[in-house]
Write a protein that binds this ligand. Structure first.
Ligand code: IPM
Ligand code: MG
Length: 370
């Protein structure tokens, strides 16, 4: 990999640009204090791109995403664009990025940070120390399967169709990501589908089991139906280490898991493609909180999920585990010091805005480096 690291920044809509501004502070700090050269470029995506260019993401932007070493994504969407046609929705940007860059493995960690334990709606003793990773397949399944569409039948009634479809290679490559992650964690994978009612789920189960038997005998593999998994996530979330599942179930279960931590504003994600012969892979990093139109422009958005997404970028795209851990420690330290944006506000803490939070992270980074 070249010494210069090319990052494409796509702030998007709503609070996206506000929280991205704070990441830039962290990136500046890294160049200054760690001597790491990043080559940053920025482009429009989502509603901002619809307004300026008439499309949620232009072909030129997609090309720039393909050429970059990593993409740092903010959030897209908002009430302004909600009435647009299906193909013109801001969300199309993220779906096209996933599909055209082949970003099939969506990693969604749900970590309960000790200073935020009371932010969870679950009892502290259920969620304390929670650290689970959901690996969601993100270029297949019912999101992309065909046939799809809405048709009018001869009798005038209408029919909407989507298709859940998975092939063995699609299942194997995402399961491999989950098994490999588990090896660096607690060596446990739970594979989730509805093999009791769906053929695609049955194939999923058989394929993951065969791969586990053949290549990952050291990883403990279990299987769970998706509805039971939703229940178990609320009942006893710490039973899980790595969960691997398809696109739609992963969408639902990762939202559920995020709320175990009580703080949507804290959770980053990574979406990875297949490494090529040189080990280079496309990758996109984004907070899971979305564009949050209700608080846009108020300067109160929590920038930590975006900053932690940048930490994931360093870890997974550049192998910079030490720097990633440094940023993660700085974020936790800021919380431990009692600084809180409104989304994670707690009694006795100091309520601060986006910018103060970003500055505090940089101050902690300085302290950690000594
Ligand atoms: C997510 C989002 C997206 C999805 C939307 C915005 C297309 O909910 O990343 O989880 O459904 O995948
Ligand atoms: Mg979702």
């Amino acid at each position: 990999m070249s010494a210069i690291k090319n990052i494409l920044i796509l702030p998007g809509d709503g609070i996206g640009p506000e929280v991205m501004h704070e990441v830039r502070r962290v990136i500046d700090w890294m160049s200054r204090r760690r001597g790491i050269a990043f080559n940053l470029s920025e482009d429009l995506v989502g509603g901002a791109s619809i307004d300026a260019r008439g499309t949620p993401i232009s072909d030129a932007t997609l090309q720039r995403a393909k050429d970059a070493d990593a993409v740092l994504f903010g959030a897209v969407g908002g009430p302004k664009w909600e009435s647009l046609g299906f193909d013109m929705r801001p969300e199309i940007a993220i779906l096209r990025l996933r599909s055209e860059l082949g970003l099939f493995a969506n990693l969604r960690p749900a970590i309960v940070y000790d200073p935020l334990i009371d932010a969870s709606t679950l009892k502290a003793e259920i969620v304390r120390g929670l650290d689970l990773m959901i690996v969601r397949e993100s270029t297949g399944g019912i999101y992309f399967g065909t046939p799809r569409g809405i048709e009018t039948l001869p009798d005038g009634t209408r029919r909407g169709v989507n298709t859940e479809v998975y092939t063995t290679p699609e299942i194997e490559r995402v399961a491999r990501v989950a098994f490999d992650l588990a090896r660096q964690r607690q060596q446990r994978v739970c594979s989730v589908e509805k093999a009791n009612v769906m053929e695609s789920g049955l194939l999923w189960r058989q394929t993951v089991q065969a791969l586990g038997d053949a290549e990952y005998p050291d990883v403990a593999l279990s299987h769970m139906y998706a509805d039971n998994c939703a229940m178990q996530l609320v009942r006893n979330p710490r039973q899980f280490d790595v969960i691997v599942t398809g696109n739609l179930f992963g969408d639902l279960l990762s939202d559920l898991a995020s709320m175990l931590t009580g703080s949507l504003g804290m959770l980053p994600s990574a979406t990875l493609g297949q490494p090529d012969a040189t080990g280079r892979r496309h990758a996109l990093y984004e907070p899971i909180h979305g564009s949050a139109p209700d608080i846009t422009g108020k300067g109160v958005a929590n920038p930590l999920a975006q900053i932690l997404s940048f930490a994931m970028l360093l870890r997974y795209s550049f192998g910079m585990t030490e720097d990633a851990a440094l940023i993660e420690r700085a974020c936790v330290a800021v919380l431990a010091n009692g600084l809180r944006t409104p989304d994670v506000m707690a009694p006795g803490c100091a309520r601060v805005g986006t910018q103060v939070m970003g500055e505090a992270v940089v101050r902690e980074l300085d302290k950690l480096l000594g």
